[in-house]
Design a protein around this ligand. Sequence first.
Ligand code: MN
Ligand code: MN
Ligand code: ZN
Length: 280
Amino acid sequence: MGLLGAHVSAQGGVQNAPKRGAELECDAIAIFTKNQRQWRARPLKEEEIEGFKENMKRYGIKIALSHDSYLINLGSPKEETYKKSVEAFVDEIIRADQLDLPYLVFHPGSHLGEGEEWGLKKIAEGIEESLSKVPESRVMLLLETTAGQGTNLGYRFEHLAEIMDMVGEKNRMGVCFDTCHVFAAGYDIRSEEAYHETFDEFDSVIGLDKLKAFHLNDSKFPLGSKKDRHEHIGEGEIGIEPFRLLVNDPRFREHPMILETPGGDVWYSANLKLLRDLIE
Ligand code: MN
Ligand code: MN
Ligand code: ZN
């Protein structure tokens, strides 16, 4: 089953997002709490915060997650970018907390040529430094699995396990499993057997208890292509079967499952309907 939903627009203010989710019949939504292509944003206003919380109840959205800005790179070897990233990441944590969001999903980061081990350490350092600035925060930080494009880290389950190992406060960390990214990274999920192998591997490397949310996307490019291009559910290289397995997997009954498919709301509706029809 899972709590099905989509990444919805927060245009006009975060308080507008729950209604958009309800119009799409979402149980769960994901949002950017500020413009995802800018470093800085004014703080959330009290009326936006209260409006958001009220509207979550009014429109019956069970859970909302935030996603961090695309500019943030906690693995950057450039000191200035790293500093700006930590500052912006702390701001993401504060905003998520203000909105009572249980999870903030973020991309681990890119090493930009410094090497994977170096990058993983830098990312862990960035997370620790950020968390140390907001010791009272309650939001759990979810490392997103990545496709491994360019020098992006997080395309192996080992990367995420290593980062979490290095971060002192393990109870503040979890994982968001993006089906497109995992598949593009080279983990097959297309047959029932492959699906179980991949989740068994996740369990042995990271632990399924750390898996808190999903991004449901099909993939435009084949297994192991390392290309991050989302496709409508069932229309890409992954196909429909793994999504049937996911929405019926009793282990993930309470997990938010968020669509990030292309094309906006009309397509979200079609993809959500398709997913619901798969529920047995
Ligand atoms: Mn993402
Ligand atoms: Mn994603
Ligand atoms: Zn993606």
